[in-house]
Design a binder for this molecule. Structure first.
Ligand SMILES: [Fe+2]
Length: 278
């Protein structure tokens, strides 16, 4: 199954569409295609890969996703983390953490570009089967309600918050929020970023991964340090929350989020508030 994002400009909405009938006949994975990408396009695309891998790795387990299909054949592509998707998602995470900074900082590093394309492909299999959650759910209104931000390196004649930028900007806070649901997975991911987790406490797992992601973003460079640098203020948060809530396909996979709508609103508002600046 293939998922494509669409912009509905009249509604200031962006979302993904997915269907069993949307299947690619052929995928061309050729690192030569990325050779001339500006470094900011490399980093934005690579941060999308980072979030695909982290979100699918930390999505709720497939055995907990509701409503349950009446028959396994009816299981959706976005079914929650499972033993097969885990292998792809975690390997993609390792490759991205290792090679994304190299591919962004050195345009001649062909090996890093090749590995990033492999990471993107592996993460695609991982999240295509497990799904993504809050970073992506929040990214759609962030991109769709853009008030005029234009990311450097994008030669377009209109404002643009690239998809990868919009997913990564809330990532530190998202993983602080999801940490308590599965500390082992959050710590395992933090270790990939080079954090020594030998004495880490389970209750700090979200904080540790959130910090590791934030540091990675800062070192990568060219990234907004929070949604305020994208032009949003505290007053925009209620609209961003309302724009996130309809993203049911991804929100139902979010850990720590099986709640009623009022509680979901509160959680989303807190994540966005804490993502204003970091
Ligand atoms: Fe994405």
């Amino acid at each position: 199954m293939l998922m494509r994002p669409v912009d509905l400009v009249s509604h200031k909405a962006k979302t993904g569409i997915a269907h069993r009938a949307l299947k690619p006949l052929l995928g061309i994975v050729d690192p030569l295609n990325t050779r001339s990408m500006p470094s900011q396009v490399k980093s934005s695309s690579g941060l999308d890969v980072l979030c695909h891998s982290l979100e699918s790795w930390t999505a709720i387990p497939y055995s907990e996703r509701v409503p349950r299909p009446t028959n396994p054949i009816l299981r959706p592509a976005y079914q929650g983390a499972n033993p097969i998707s885990d292998i792809f998602s975690f390997e993609a995470l390792k490759l991205t953490v290792k090679y994304l900074p190299r591919s962004v900082h050195n345009p001649d590093d062909a090996e890093a570009q090749e590995k990033m394309l492999l990471a993107a492909t592996l993460a695609g299999v991982g999240f295509g089967n497990a799904g993504v959650h809050l970073c992506h759910g929040l990214s759609y209104p962030i991109s769709g309600m853009n008030k005029g931000y234009k990311h450097a390196g994008y030669e377009v004649d209109h404002p643009i918050i690239p998809h990868g930028v919009s997913v990564a900007v809330t990532a530190p806070q998202v993983f602080r929020f999801t940490g308590p649901t599965n500390p082992d997975r959050h710590l395992a991911a933090a270790e990939v970023f080079g954090v020594d987790i030998s004495n880490a406490k389970a209750e700090s797992a979200g904080e540790i991964l959130g910090d590791a992601v934030a540091e990675f973003l800062v070192k990568l460079g060219d990234q907004p340090r929070g949604i305020s640098q994208l032009g949003f203020t505290r007053e925009d948060i209620p609209a961003l929350v309302e724009g996130t809530l309809p993203q049911a396909r991804v929100l139902m996979l979010a850990p720590n989020f099986q709640k009623d709508d009022d509680q979901k609103r509160e959680d989303l508002a807190r994540i966005l508030e804490q993502s204003l600046t970091y």
